[in-house]
Design a binder for this molecule. Sequence first.
Ligand SMILES: Nc1ncnc2c1ncn2[C@@H]1O[C@H](COP(=O)(O)OP(=O)(O)OP(=O)(O)O)[C@@H](O)[C@H]1O
Length: 495
Amino acid sequence: MVNQHNDMMRLLCSGTNIKFKDTHDKLKEKQLPKIAVSDTVNLKKRHKICVKGFDVPEPLGTFAELKASHPKILKSVLQKISDNEITAPTPIQMQCIPLLMDKRCILSCAPTGSGKTLCFILPVLSHIKKSEKGSFRALVLSPTRELAKQTYGEFKKFGGSRKFSYHFLSKASANSDILTKDCGNKDVLIATPMHLLRMLKEDRIDLSKLQFCILDEADRLFDSQFKDDVTQILEFIDLVKVTVGLFSATLANGIDEWCFSNLDNFVQVYIGTVNGANSNIRQSLKFVGTEESKLYTLKILIQGGFQPPMLVFTQTKDRAKQVFEELKLINSKADVIHSELSQLKREEVMDNFRSGKTWILICTDLMGRGIDFKNVNCVVNFDLPQTKVDYIHRIGRSGRAGKEGKAITFFTEQDKERLPSIINVLKNSGCELPGWLTNMKGIARRDYKKATKKPVKRNDISTVPRYDKEKAKKRKAIIADSKAKKKTKLDTADK
Ligand SMILES: Nc1ncnc2c1ncn2[C@@H]1O[C@H](COP(=O)(O)OP(=O)(O)OP(=O)(O)O)[C@@H](O)[C@H]1O
């Protein structure tokens, strides 16, 4: 059935904005507010909303319209939206909220920072309605712990922390019995794939009454790192009964094929150019000659009077640490975040950046996707991202929620294989580029693919002489050793 229906859709939907009215029972039952066809067309045109699928509900003009079109909508969440000074839906919200309210499966792609999270929070909570024991009724899968934790916070912010029971699946909660089958209320589960899969395999989590399954950063969840785990998780879910929503700012080949094969009557929603950068970001490329001059260029940028907050992306955590050590020397209110830090420390670093205590945050691609730091003024790609998709997500930490942003990307001779694809992103965003960059020739597709898989070997950033580094290392070891000896002495004395 899924395939029959979708095969037909595949044939019919090769164009855009195709709608087939009155074939969907649910829609016939409902009294939709009358919106002139020309208004809808204008709304879609103005907001670059492209829809593919059958029986697609009209896009929203305002949040208030939902009260008439979807009486089930939870007014308390609408109130929280307005309390947070969110006055009008963004284009992706205009189309996806009515779809998810109708429990339609969706594959959606909209620019970074365009409010995709709220697209699912409002419908999910409206359908759950009230807190219950037993099975979770909504699952949100995220590729990183940081993003999952952020989404958990957004559910609490918009849903209220007492009305529903939200759970963030961490390593600690996966090892405890907090989430096991017969213990406490469970409504929304926000998880990363690895811990969830383990709990499902051990039959320690109940998804039997699941209504919504949201795959946030869907293309990342279907890439080689997560695909196996995610596919196995989806085998535990009855995709015929559950409403599935896939969201991302970028889409990879094959995701729509997965949807055609697994989701019944799903709808595709695209805002603007698929796999394009957010148009609020002023992008520029900076040739810095050598690795050594990157640090100099960054320091000039900072000392020349930059406007914080600023994010600096490096290729690896070692390089992030090195840039941090160097920026410490110029007293720049910088901090660093990477996977080696404890979870507590990572949260502290993020809180400090959010509150303005830190002005510059040096990070890796760990922070590249989904993370919503408000008002990031500038993103610096200290090292060229591995792919154009990574580039779009990294620079998308700036220019969010309709604000202006800036992105500066350093490159050297070593980046010449991967540079043309990023130049294309700038060209498609209408950025002005010097002729020599505009005319830069790309390499063969196969070579490009190889280049994106092989990280560039870069020279060390640190300007501290090796002799001094060794000295500091020895000093650190002596202090640690003396601390350990002191502790043993005290322990023996205690006995
Ligand atoms: N309708 C709206 N009007 C103004 N701001 C909004 C609206 N909806 C959401 N926001 C705010 O916009 C910011 C970005 O939202 P969100 O994190 O959901 O973006 P996203 O599309 O998921 O981005 P990414 O692709 O980077 O994950 C958040 O701070 C959110 O509160």
